[in-house]
Design a protein around this ligand. Sequence first.
Ligand code: GLN
Length: 208
Amino acid sequence: MRSSLHIGVLALQGDFERHLRQLHLLNVSGREVRCREELSGLDGLIIPGGESTAMNELIDRFAMRDALGDFIRTRVVWGTCAGSILLAREVDDRRIRPFGAMDISVIRNGYGRQIHSFYAEITARLNGDTRLLRASFIRAPIIARYGNGVMVLAEYGGRPVLLEQPNCMVSTFHTELHDNPLLTTYFLDKIISRGRPKSASSAYRSVS
Ligand code: GLN
C-alpha cells in the first residue's frame, strides 16, 4: 500500500535529499518538486528543513505560491523545521508569508543561533505506541502556541516539537539525518488513512 504512494519533496533549498533517501529506503516513489507542474499526481508533500526566509522567497520567484497553497489545503503535508515555519499560521518574522495550514505560532531560531543547535532523543506517541526518535534540532523554531485542533505527538523540554492535524504534520527537528524511517512511515500511513478524524486537545493553550 505504502509503495503505491507518490510523494513530493519541495526541493527549492535545504535538506530535501535526505528525505528522498528515506523514501527510497522505504521503496516509495519520491520526486523533487521545483515547479508547480511537479505537484501534479502527488499524494503528499514534504517541506524540508533549510532556511525558511530563502524558501519563502524562492516559492514566489518560481511562481509556486498559489499551487502550493492549493496542494497544502487538499492533500497531506509534512513540514520539518523550516518546513514547519512555512506551514504555520503565525511566524514572528514578517518576511515570511506562512501557508497557515497548521494552527501554530512559531518563533524562528527559538533556541538561539547555530551554536545552540543540539541532538536529543525524544519519545513520540505514534499510533498509540511510545517510540524513541533520534532528533537534531538545528536552529530550530519554538512552537509558542497551538490551537485546539492540534495534537501533540512529542515534546522536548516541556515544549511541543511534533504535532499533527488531520492533513498536516510538523516537526521542529530533523530525523531524516539519522536514517530512522519512523516519522516518514508515520507520514505515509497518515496519507493512507487521510480523512480519519483525530481526537483534538481541549482549548487553546500557550506553551511559551
Ligand atoms: N532557522 C531556520 C529557519 O528559520 C530553520 C532551520 C532548519 O530548518 N533546520 O528557517
